[in-house]
Design a protein around this ligand. Structure first.
Ligand code: GAR
Length: 203
């Protein structure tokens, strides 16, 4: 069985989306924050979880090997000495990189006034939100769109795209533009239940 480590520091909604989507994958949740909500999610999803400081991660990843390490709201720079022990490590970022790196990327894009933003999945390097891009998905910002609506749309897109990309990487399948929203076209009418999004509605 493939092994996946998901690292997060916060709310953990992407961790939950990935965990619910993947089948027959051994998942472990790792957080650097003992009070992070991601740990509660791991508990109710019955997924093993660990709290490790960044320093403790070097030893942990030297002794425990994974097919993939996926960051999901892990808000720390991972230095090279730890990255080299992790194997392949990817990150999800809520903008079209290289635009709007760092914290509050959705807000940065909104306030800048861009008309297209989106999400990026990329290889992790010791440099903030850098590394080769694996997949991106755009989100259009209409003139009438409020910030809350943009934030909600970005998160919905993340929850649909990240699990599919992780599954493809675990299976060594090409990622191309190759992820799909199914019939709902990503507008959320299916609430994540389109065939391709995991359910079966006609959207
Ligand atoms: C996600 O929007 C993710 O793209 C972002 O943190 C959020 C985590 O949400 N990551 C970054 O900004 C990385 N630079 P979650 O904890 O609910 O999955």
């Amino acid at each position: 069985m493939k092994k996946l480590a998901i690292l997060g520091s916060g709310f953990g909604s992407n961790f939950e989306a990935v965990a619910r989507y993947l089948k027959d994958v051994e998942i472990i949740c790792i957080s650097d924050k003992p009070d992070a909500y991601i740990l509660k999610r791991a508990e109710y999803l019955n997924i093993p979880a660990l709290v490790l400081t960044l320093d403790e991660m070097e030893k942990y990843f030297s002794e425990n090997k994974f097919d993939l390490v996926a960051l999901a709201g892990f808000m720390r720079i991972i230095p090279e000495n730890i990255l080299s022990k992790m194997g392949r490590c990817i990150n999800l970022h809520p903008s079209i990189l290289p635009a709007f790196k760092g914290k509050d990327a959705i807000k940065q894009a909104y306030l800048y006034g861009v008309k297209v933003t989106g999400i990026t999945i990329h290889e992790v390097t010791p440099e903030l939100d850098s590394g080769r891009i694996i997949a991106q998905y755009p989100v259009i910002i209409n003139d009438s769109m409020h910030y809350d609506e943009l934030e909600e749309t970005i998160h919905r897109v993340e929850h649909i795209i990240y699990p599919q990309v992780i599954e493809k990487l675990l299976n060594n399948a090409p990622v191309e533009y190759g992820v799909s929203f199914g019939n709902c076209g990503g507008r959320g009418k299916c609430e994540g239940k389109c065939k391709e999004c995991g359910g079966g509605c006609e959207g």
